[in-house]
Design a protein around this ligand. Sequence first.
Ligand SMILES: [Ca+2]
Ligand SMILES: [Ca+2]
Ligand SMILES: [Ca+2]
Ligand SMILES: [Ca+2]
Length: 298
Amino acid sequence: MLLLAGLAVGAVLFFIYQDEMKTETENSKTAATQAKKKEKEIRKKVKKLDQDLDKDGLTKMEEDKLGTSDFSVDTDKDGVPDKYDIVPTKRGRNVVKFIEWNYKTPWKWEVAIPIDVLSYYEKVKRPIWVGQYSYFSKFIDANDIGIQKLSSGLKDAIEKQNESSKPWTYYEQIMFVVKMVQNLRYTDDKLTGFDDYAKYPMQTISDGTGDCEDLAILAAALLHKMEFDVKLVHLDKKNSEIAHLGIAVWGENAKGTSWTRNEKKYFYIETTDNAFGFGEMPDEWLSNNVNVSIIDIN
Ligand SMILES: [Ca+2]
Ligand SMILES: [Ca+2]
Ligand SMILES: [Ca+2]
Ligand SMILES: [Ca+2]
């Protein structure tokens, strides 16, 4: 009896043991699956954090840290890409400048330039000179919110004038813009100043001054944004280092120095000195000994 009872207990224990073995195997199987699942999730997460969906050079993790979006190159829409924006989630505080000029009446405008925009143009964005004059047109940046604001202000002023009893002609509209630029102080010797360091339009506004290429670039940027047909003009004297930059604007029935491109006449405008009007070329550049390059703005 005892023996039988012993066997029975043994059998029961054996079955319990078997059951435990089974449960343990199942448990470890579930644990392994769960671990794998977790690993997969982590991998997916890491992969996600490593992703750069908007291809702006910042991973999702970096964008999360900055507070920017991985679906937008310029999260705060200030014209400065997330990667180079020192205030990446909003417009930075403004640097306020006043521009004064005379055209028929005195004008005085306040221009507010966000510091993140200024720092982008000062420290980050520089075109590279590769021996082609198209270099100068690269300072005209379609995303420049300063130029966008300034040109829309100029446009509004023209519209207001044109609603009055004395609407401005096409040429008056252009000279209104050009006079604003001509009246910024000029830093170098008149008409010869040219250095290797061209400025972005907002840098010229912020400095309140510039040399010939800075002023020509600013005038061209504004007129281009206002949808006038404008080009940059590079002038240089043969067998000399002296060079100059101005602008040329499309004109019909105008007088003065002009060049024809694609069957359209473009008239020279000097942007460094307010003594010059539409089509008026300074004497020193009115010689046969001058190379002229007309630069398109895209
Ligand atoms: Ca990104
Ligand atoms: Ca982004
Ligand atoms: Ca931005
Ligand atoms: Ca910003």
